[in-house]
Every structure is written in structure tokens, then in C-alpha cells.
Ligand binder design. Structure first.
Ligand code: NDP
Length: 473
């Protein structure tokens, strides 16, 4: 075998698994890691794949080992480490070589790097990878932002290593520069909303219905056979059924209720706001993680306000569970409608021409939010015509009509019982605002005009007007 087809820097969780995946799919790969001892450990662990792996202990060695033009994947933490790594790579690369950032970059950084590297004759690819450790090893969903020429050089490798949904590879060139990382960011934003809504439903089962983790695991496993079928519902069942090795108790009961975050949820919310798109379920999910981190404050607040005194969450368990299933489905529709609306707006703003049906398709396997639902969503976008919002797709109108009464009942009942529903209640409010032909912003406009002479439009004539409270009114 001659030179390596591709290189990879950063043999952490994602990098090492991607490298093994690439080797397993028949492509020779050269690898490097900042802490060079890790290169040796990785090589030893590669077993039968060793002949397709070239371990390198310097960047010069890495460059030498790859066939030009050299594609090199950087799989290190987003931000400064990526810039540092690129700066070091510049010394060993030649014009035409392709630097690929496979981490969770902020797309603004990707756009900057794309133009900076372009100026020095190198090519840059921003590549979002989803699916965690398992996906990286056996088939992730890959979202690429690149020039068609650069993509052509790596397409055979990315196609081979990607997840497959009924034979279709879950990888696509989505647009230039930051398009891939933007889509990955919104993927994660939707993932935040999906996970928060599942956690809210878990809260109702635990605190409203008094169900045990084992019972809840059974319900999620059952739901996974129906319209909610998805990786996140599947693993909800799995983790709820798991026991702690140390205590023998259900593991969820020993885990502290403080959720971590690395930034992609927050970036989704920021980009939605910047683009002027309402993404309330995603924003609520990010806020809920922030509040979750305030464990001590929450404990003190529970002391101050007490946790009792509110009406109990009552009702026949099977009836409530049916409502919970449909409520979660309705919330999911609203959250995905928001995420796709953000991508549609970004596509216009940055002239990316994002292929929304393709995005839904490459999320059907390999990634964390993979689900049956995404197939229906792809069909809705493929049906053609300018779809203002997923909520206006005929199939989704039908599904929302069927499920929103359950969401409404659950949000109302949990509000009375004091069970928090930040994402699901935001999803409901979004839906109610979206479908309200006559809203209440006329009052806001009147007030804005009153205190700031901002003017308003009338429903009986064109132009800008002022109210009777101003001199010009
Ligand atoms: P890990 O923490 O497992 O590994 C980090 C790797 O980056 C190590 O090889 C480390 O080298 C290297 N590194 C850290 N800092 C620097 C630096 N300043 N310069 C050079 N190398 C550095 O991270 P992950 O593999 O989990 O994540 C990598 C990227 O993939 C991140 O952007 C992450 O957000 C993204 N990602 C992660 C997913 C996951 O599920 N974990 C899923 C999808 C994307 P050393 O051994 O020397 O410390």
C-alpha cells in the first residue's frame, strides 16, 4: 500500500473512532496527536486495522505520509485549539491541501478560517459530525460545508464511513464555507429541545404519576415502537432501566440533576435571534440547562417556597400516558419546525441554498436525533412548493391537529401541579401564536407609538400612522 489517502489530528473520543472507521472502510489514514504517547496507544489498539494506519509523531511526518492534495481532519475541541492546530499545519502543508475541521465549530469561525486559508492557497472544509463515539466508529451523519472541488477529493471516504439509511449514505455537501457547521449547530439545538421535552415528560411520570424508573423504561420502550420511534427515546428506555453498579439503585436516581453544555445549543438560540426567527423550544431547552446548573439555589428556593400545596396530578395512568405520548409528539413537531425555520432563514441570509430535504434525510441515521419522524419531515419538504413553516405542510397540519389537544392538556395540568414544562409549554405557545390570525401586537404597536412615536400600520389603509396622543396623530 502506498501513501495514506487522508490524515487525522486529535485521537480523542471522536478522532480515534473516526480514524478506525476510515481504516475499516479500506482507506489508509495517517494519524497524529498533540500528546504523542496517545499515537502509540491508539496504534496498538487498532489490531487488524494496523496495516491501514500510519502513526506519526510530528506534523511533518503526517504531511509526508499523505498523498497530495492532502486532506487532514482536525478533531480537537472547538475554538482556540483549532486555530492553534491550523497555524502549526500551515508550516508543513502545500497549496491545494485541504484542512478539514470535524469538530463542533461555531460557523462564524468556519467562515473566517475558510477565507484565511483560501488566501494562503490552502482549502478549508467545515464538517459537522454527529453520532457521538458510536457514530464516529460505525457510521456518523456528516454535514459538509465546502467547495465542490474540495468535497470531490474526500467524498468517497466520507460516503464510505457515513451512516446509511436504507442504503443511502448520511453525508452531503450542504453549501459553502460555514453551511455544514451551521447545520450541525442547529442539529444540536434541536437535540437540546428533544432531550429537554423528553426530560419534562419523565418529570410528569416521576413526580406526577409516581412511576418507578423501571416502569418508565417500559413506557419509553413501548413508545419507541410507535410514532416517537427515535434514538433518544430508545436510550431513554435503556438508561432508565440501568442499575448503578455501586449501589444497585436505578442509575438515574444517583445522577445529579445538573446538565452540562458545550455551546451549540446556545449558538442555535443566538443565531435564531440574530436571524429574527422564533425558536422558543430550543431557547427554553438552553435556559432549562442553565437553571439545572443552579442546584444549590434551587434547593434553597424549594426550602423558601415549599414543594407542596398544589393540586396533585391525577387521572387514569393509561389515559395520561397516552396524552404524554401525543404531547411529546406535538412538541417535537414545533421544535423541528423552529429548527428548520432557522436553517431556511440562514440559507437566505448567507446565500447557501441549503437543501432542507437532504438535511432531514442525512439525519435519518447516524446522528443523535435520528428518528422515523425525519423521514416524514423529508417527504414534507420534498413535496415541493415554498413551505413557509413545517407547520404548514399538509401532513404536519394533520398530525398537529391530532396531537395538540394532548399537549394543551398536559401543559395546563402540569402548570396547576407545579411541574415545570419549559420546552413543551414554549412549543405550545409558539403553535398558538403561529396559528392566531388576529394577535395582540396591535396593543404593543399603540404603546410603542405612544411613548416613542414609532408609528403603526392600519388595517384599513396603507402607510405609517400615529395615534391621537401625538402631535402628528
Ligand atoms: P476529546 O476530549 O475526547 O479529545 C480531544 C482531542 O483534542 C485530544 O486528542 C486532544 O489531544 C486534542 N487537543 C485538545 N486540545 C488541543 C490543542 N490545544 N491542540 C491540539 N490538540 C488538542 O474530544 P472529542 O473527541 O469528544 O471532541 C473533539 C471534537 O468533536 C470537539 O469539537 C467536539 O465538540 C466534537 N464532537 C464531539 C462529540 C462527542 O460525542 N464527543 C460528537 C460530535 C462532535 P491530547 O491527547 O494531547 O489532549
Amino acid at each position: 500500500m502506498g501513501k495514506a489517502e487522508i490524515g487525522l489530528i486529535g485521537l480523542g473520543v471522536m478522532g480515534s473512532n473516526l480514524a478506525l472507521n476510515i481504516a475499516e472502510n479500506g482507506h489508509k489514514i495517517a494519524v497524529f496527536n498533540r500528546t504523542t504517547a496517545r499515537v502509540g496507544t491508539f496504534f496498538e489498539s487498532a489490531g487488524a486495522l494496523q496495516p491501514r494506519i500510519v502513526p506519526c509523531t510530528t506534523l511533518a511526518e503526517l504531511a509526508e505520509a499523505i498523498r497530495p492534495p492532502r486532506p487532514i481532519i482536525i478533531m480537537v475541541p472547538a475554538g482556540k485549539p483549532v486555530d492553534e492546530q491550523i497555524a502549526m499545519l500551515r508550516d508543513v502543508l502545500s497549496p491545494g491541501d485541504i484542512v478539514i475541521d470535524g469538530g463542533n465549530a461555531n460557523f462564524h469561525d468556519t467562515v473566517r478560517r475558510f477565507s484565511e486559508l483560501g488566501n494562503s492557497g490552502l482549502t478549508f472544509i467545515g464538517m459537522g459530525v454527529s453520532g457521538g463515539e458510536e457514530g464516529a466508529r460505525h457510521g456518523p451523519s456528516i454535514m459538509v460545508g465546502a467547495t465542490p472541488e474540495a468535497y470531490a477529493r474526500v467524498e468517497p471516504i466520507l460516503t464510505a464511513i457515513s451512516a446509511k439509511f436504507e442504503g443511502e449514505p448520511c453525508v452531503a455537501l450542504l453549501g459553502p464555507d460555514g453551511a455544514g457547521h451551521f447545520v450541525k449547530t442547529i442539529h444540536n439545538g434541536i437535540e437540546y429541545a428533544d432531550m429537554q421535552m423528553i426530560a419534562e415528560i419523565y418529570g410528569v411520570m416521576r413526580d406526577g404519576l409516581g412511576m418507578s424508573p423501571d416502569e418508565m423504561a417500559g413506557v419509553f420502550a413501548e413508545w419507541n415502537k410507535g410514532r416517537l420511534n427515535s434514538y433518544l427515546i430508545e436510550i431513554a428506555a435503556t438508561v432508565l432501566a440501568a442499575q448503578d453498579r455501586q449501589t444497585g439503585r436505578p442509575i438515574v436516581e444517583v445522577i445529579i440533576d445538573r446538565a452540562g453544555q458545550k455551546g451549540t445549543g446556545k449558538w442555535s438560540a443566538i443565531e435564531a435571534q440574530t436571524l429574527g426567527v422564533s425558536a422558543t423550544a430550543i431557547e427554553a431547552a438552553v435556559s432549562a440547562r442553565i437553571l439545572s446548573s443552579l442546584k444549590d439555589e434551587r434547593l434553597a428556593a424549594e426550602q423558601a417556597y415549599g414543594s407542596g400545596g398544589l393540586p396533585k396530578f391525577e387521572g387514569r395512568r393509561d389515559v395520561v400516558l397516552r396524552d404524554l405520548e401525543l404531547a411529546l409528539f406535538a412538541g417535537k413537531i414545533a421544535a423541528y419546525a423552529q429548527g428548520f425555520a432557522v436553517m431556511a432563514a440562514a440559507s437566505k441570509e448567507y446565500h447557501w441554498n441549503l437543501p432542507l430535504p437532504t438535511i432531514a434525510k442525512i439525519w435519518r441515521a447516524g446522528c443523535i436525533i435520528r428518528s422515523q419522524f425525519l423521514g416524514t419531515l423529508a417527504e414534507a419538504f420534498e413535496a415541493g412548493g415554498e413551505l413557509a413553516n413545517l407547520l404548514m405542510a399538509p401532513a404536519f397540519i394533520e398530525m398537529m391537529k391530532e396531537t395538540h389537544p394532548s399537549l394543551r392538556r398536559i401543559v395546563a395540568r402540569t402548570a396547576e401541579a407545579g411541574l415545570p414544562m419549559p420546552a413543551l409549554s414554549s412549543a405550545l405557545s409558539y403553535f398558538d401564536l403561529y396559528r392566531q390570525g388576529r394577535g395582540t401586537s396591535n396593543l404593543i404597536q399603540a404603546q410603542r407609538d405612544f411613548f416613542g412615536a414609532h408609528g403603526f400600520e392600519r388595517n384599513d389603509g396603507k402607510g405609517a400612522f400615529h395615534g391621537p396622543w401625538t402631535q402628528s396623530g
